[in-house]
Design a protein around this ligand. Structure first.
Ligand code: NAD
Length: 482
């Protein structure tokens, strides 16, 4: 029995695990039978992705909202539908160029041989997606993997069952399952997924689970791309326009109720402008969402567990002496788990809100006295997934960007670097390994195969043994021209 299927006949396995094993074997065979899908086939697969996303828009909007309690319709359309479709269209536009062999130069003494890097499909790609942008974070990596000519299995989060079902139905209706399929199931299916010998595994989720995924994948030496989380700072420089920075920070923090991997986690502000920053963010938040209880524009916290986790972060900071500014109120009954923007002013560093990724609309505002202190604050912590800098002083900006190592950066705004398909998207250190989007995604899911084409006019046998004086002469000429 081949290694890939050796563990296949255990009756105690869940439906999800059995379906995973069947689909993996099917896709593996399909890849062996047809390892290099043509440009036309790949374009047709990308068209299928666009079609299934657009045709099911209403179903996806409703399913995600049902999963969250309330997910703002426009947020789903912008962040799930539009971002996904524009990413797929970008791949379609550039695919011909991406598929071409890359010419690289060959050293003089080896001419007229040629050297090329030829992108090759890896085979079967596994994608594990989280609940916070459950459609985009399943389909955007799938688009990159299909563009690169692979087969794809997607394992969505168990926390968004309605979306997972809608996604399963949409993908099943559009794709042959030997090309792209969805596997649903609980944590045990997730674990089995990470133990499957994929040709590449892309995981989007939290850093602690990312560690487990990397450990499980390492047993098969499955290469991984880990799109993780962390605490992303927003730095308000003393040269910043506070009102403009506040509006952008409030938006970045309140979109999807802060349940965004690249949301600003905390703000670093000059101490003498802290109160101005707090008032400006509060005003901006009120303007964005005047009535958080009743508006459908403000998204709910995804589950009771996360809701009480976030509430206890605030309680812990209060207990440790921090002042808290809550913008707007939350209904006492709160059937939709709406949590207002809550600023925590200069919390002690041992408070939970400064120890873990917040992933909700709670915003620590931290006073710093100078740029060095801001740099130390960031560099004393794990490398963030994103970094935001606000100001007009380009020299100060460049100093901060050179002295911090983060995933992506947006200057004078939040979030938007993620929507630039020409920029690779990914973290660094504890916020992730590898990247996708645009060219980076195509190359992540390709084997960039180096090929040396020897010329029939080559005379490399002059370097073969037995070594003679002639060999030494040739060697000495080669060493001179190197
Ligand atoms: P999570 O790590 O709890 O779960 C992510 C996925 O992993 C889910 O599909 C889940 O079913 C699966 N999973 C859970 N345990 C597993 C295990 N032991 N083995 C294999 N799979 C397992 O994350 P989440 O709560 O769904 O998402 C929130 C986190 O994701 C935050 O930390 C956020 O910053 C991060 N995130 C990162 C990005 C990014 O692009 N870098 C994007 C969105 C979210």
């Amino acid at each position: 029995m081949p290694a890939d299927t050796a563990h296949m006949e255990n009756p105690t396995k869940s439906d999800g695990e059995r379906s995973l094993e069947r689909l993996f074997a099917l896709q593996k065979k399909a890849h062996r039978d047809a390892p290099y899908p043509s440009y036309e086939e790949r374009i047709s697969n990308l068209d299928r992705l666009i079609r299934l996303t657009e045709a099911n828009e209403e179903k996806f909007v409703n399913a995600i909202s049902e999963d969250f309690g309330n997910r703002a319709r426009h947020e789903t359309i912008i962040a799930e539908i539009v971002v996904t479709v524009s990413g797929v269209k970008h791949a379609k536009k550039h695919l011909k160029k991406w598929m071409r062999p890359r010419k690289v130069s060959t050293p003089l003494h080896m001419l007229p041989a040629k050297s090329r890097i030829e992108p090759q499909p890896l085979g079967v790609i596994g994608i594990i997606s989280p609940w916070n942008y459950p459609l985009q974070l399943a389909l955007a990596p799938a688009a990159a993997a299909l563009a690169a000519g692979n087969r794809v299995l997607i394992k969505p989060s168990e926390l968004t069952p309605h979306l997972s079902e809608a996604l399963f139905n949409a993908v099943t209706a559009e794709f042959d399952e030997s090309v792209c399929a969805v596997v649903t199931g609980g944590v045990e299916t997730g674990q089995a997924f990470t133990e499957t010998p994929f040709d590449h595994l892309l995981f989007t989720g939290s850093t602690p689970v990312g560690v487990r995924v990397a450990q499980a994948a390492a047993k098969n030496l499955t290469p991984v791309t880990l799109e993780l989380g962390g605490k992303s700072p927003a730095i308000v420089d003393k040269s910043a326009d506070i009102a403009a920075a506040a509006k952008s920070i409030a938006h970045g923090k309140m979109m999807n109720a802060g349940q965004t991997c690249v949301a600003p986690d905390y703000v670093l502000t000059p101490g003498d402008r802290r109160d101005e920053v707090v008032s400006a963010i509060a005003e901006a938040a009120r303007n964005l969402f005047p009535e958080i209880d009743t508006t459908q524009d403000y998204t709910s916290i995804v589950s009771d567990r996360h809701f009480s986790r976030l509430q206890s972060l605030v309680e812990d900071a209060k207990d440790k002496g921090a002042d808290v500014v809550e913008v707007g109120s939350s209904n006492a009954l709160n059937p939709q788990r709406k949590l207002p923007l809550t600023m925590v002013i200069d919390p002690p560093m041992d408070s939970a809100v400064m120890q873990e990724e917040i992933f909700g609309p709670i915003l620590p505002i931290i006073s710093i006295s100078n740029e060095t202190e801001a740099l130390d604050f960031i560099n004393d912590r794990d490398r963030p997934l994103a970094l935001y800098w606000y100001g007009d002083d380009d020299t100060a900006r460049d100093r901060v960007l050179q002295k911090t190592v983060s995933g992506g950066v947006t200057v004078n705004d939040t979030l938007w670097h993620v929507a630039q398909e020409n920029l690779p998207f990914g973290g660094v250190g504890k916020s992730g390994i590898g990247a996708y989007h645009g060219t980076a995604g195509f190359e992540t899911f390709s084997h960039m195969k180096p090929i040396f084409y020897q010329s029939r006019f080559a005379n490399s046998s002059v370097m073969y043994p037995p070594y003679t004086e002639k060999t030494d002469k040739v060697l000495s000429i080669v060493r001179k021209i190197l």
